[in-house]
Design a protein. Sequence first.
Length: 189
Amino acid sequence: MATDPRPSRNMNLRMTVYTALFTALIITGGYISIPLPAGPVPIVLADFFVMVTGLFLGFKWGLASVVLYLSLGALGLPVFAGGRAGLAVLFGPTGGFLLGYLLLAASVGFIGRGKPSIAKDLVALVTGNFFLYGAGVPWLKAVLNLDWTGALTAGLIPFIPGVIIKIAVASGLARAFRPRFRERLLSYE
């Protein structure tokens, strides 16, 4: 006897909708942009929403959300920081950070899978940010032909306090809302 495919289809539809909603949050976070005098990388909330996306949607759907975000920007929709768009942005000084969003969402979703805990979430978020800045800073160095001191000054050091705050808030949001989010997902099956 074959099983009914509707619950799986319903779950995929629901996750597709959530993927689009989290992509909209990442886009909104990019519009909240504060330029820094030290370099071309602005302070944005997009990375915060990528963290939250990984925590809530997991590896597969979190990665899909970031792929959608990057695809929209590559196609010319003004979704990147400050309403910028296009391949020139993806291959410009901030391109490593944008591509690092893939690593951030994937690692947070992968490490954070299974039974949630604060410790697991913190490890996931810290690891994800290491990957984000591990991709962004060398890219920035290469594109702008900076030395390591200049690249770290423009692409990492000013962001450390904000990253700590974003990790704390993302962890708190996950602790407060993820159980209800997952319960809600499963209640419609």
